[in-house]
Design a protein around this ligand. Structure first.
Ligand SMILES: [Ca+2]
Ligand SMILES: [Ca+2]
Length: 383
């Protein structure tokens, strides 16, 4: 998001330019006969009207406080601002200058430190958490290349914010067709330390008791066929419902389930359920919703929330096969004529739902905040 200074800065620059012109005209016209101008050797004073060093959270436009200047002779005079506050974390300097009619200058500066949003890892609002840290960076990983395939697209989440050339936030608390309880907001997503982090919080917002995020690549990144690897850690707890999934790019034209849906990974939190990944497809079978899925349960003691796992589909014109850590979860023959939707392009949706028909609501045992961490999504296609 480009940061634009409020219009008043442009306005003040104009005032400054006009003032400068007036000075030139005056001096050129006769040597300055005004006693005040000749006698004034006192600089104006700039008032920042706020701290000289401020912090600003990334994700919202920075609005500066109104900076003013006063001169001993001229009274209130215009202030010109140079510099800009960027959108990425870092420290930025705004420089304010003013000049009285006699040409005496004044300069002041303010530094604005942009910090990543106070959500996600080790944020200050996590003080209620016993251990506000991400799960250690261990678990299954997958190769960066495959013989016979080329990388068509990936997001390694190595930037400091979500790449909105590829992703769009979906927002609101419509229930999303599942009676979900959360309000989806951009504020619950951050990109840090090489990870996409979607944080579900117990937080009243817009009529919902929980907030979370849902992002999609619709109209930005869509694919037909290939090997898709997504390395992720899920949240945990009753009522949490993380999903890494896809919808047909035709969704906005033909609706659901006509578009087809490929659920690469779904997990529903709660005791005894967090060790199971579900792979499913949904489609329209002559006008009625059809779906078919399967699941794989990890060995005792392992869960989707306690370490990274790699969720994969290998998809071609004949079939889709699901894997977790290269162990097969599900297989679907997609050659029947009624499954033509799966021979078209699909886009990604990543979200963490809270509540909903399938997991049921959180309960007293559910700990918030909860996070889904995604290390990468990679799409490989056959050469
Ligand atoms: Ca002065
Ligand atoms: Ca990464």
């Amino acid at each position: 998001m480009a940061l634009n200074f409020p219009p008043r800065f442009a306005h003040q620059s104009l005032i400054a330019a006009v003032t400068a012109l007036a000075i030139t005209a005056c001096g050129g016209g006769g040597g300055g006969t005004g006693n005040n101008t000749a006698a004034d050797t006192t600089n104006p004073v700039i008032n920042l009207n706020g701290a000289a060093a401020v912090n600003h959270e990334q994700g919202t436009a920075y609005t500066d406080t109104l900076v003013t200047a006063v001169d001993n002779i001229d009274g209130a005079i215009a202030v010109t601002t140079s510099g800009a506050v960027g959108t990425e974390p870092g420290t930025y300097t705004l420089t304010y200058t003013a000049r009285d009619a006699a040409g005496n200058p004044a300069t002041a500066r303010r530094t604005v430190t942009v910090t990543a949003p106070a959500v996600c890892i080790a944020s200050t609002d996590d003080s209620t958490e016993a251990s506000p840290t991400i799960p250690s960076y261990y678990g299954y990983t997958s190769p960066q290349t495959y013989s016979g395939y080329s990388l068509a697209w990936s997001d390694e989440f190595s930037a400091t914010s979500l790449d909105q050339d590829s992703w769009t936030f979906e927002t609101g608390n419509s229930g999303w067709g599942n009676n979900e309880l959360q309000y989806y907001r951009p504020e619950n997503t951050c990109v840090r330390e090489g990870l996409l982090i979607i944080e579900a919080k117990e937080e009243s917002f817009g009529g919902a008791a929980y907030t979370s995020s849902r992002i999609k690549t619709q109209d930005k990144q869509s694919f037909r066929y290939g090997r898709i690897d997504i390395r992720a850690v899920t949240p945990a707890g009753q009522g949490l419902w993380p999903a890494l999934w896809m919808l047909g790019q035709s969704f906005s034209a033909v609706g659901w389930p006509n578009s087809g849906e490929i659920d690469i990974m779904e997990m529903i939190g709660g005791s005894g359920r967090e060790n199971t990944t579900h792979g499913t497809i949904h489609w329209s079978n002559n006008g009625s919703h059809a779906y078919y899925g399967d699941e794989l349960t990890l060995a005792a003691g392992e869960t989707l929330a306690s370490a990274f796992h790699v969720f994969t589909i290998i998809w071609d014109s004949n079939s889709i096969t699901w894997y977790i850590d290269d162990i097969q979860v599900h297989f679907m023959d997609i050659t029947p004529a009624g499954m033509a939707a799966f021979r078209e392009e699909f886009f990604f949706i990543f979200n963490v739902a809270v509540g909903g028909n399938w997991p049921g609501p959180p309960n007293a045992s559910t700990v918030f905040p909860q996070r889904m961490l995604v290390d990468y999504v990679r799409v490989f296609q056959k050469d």
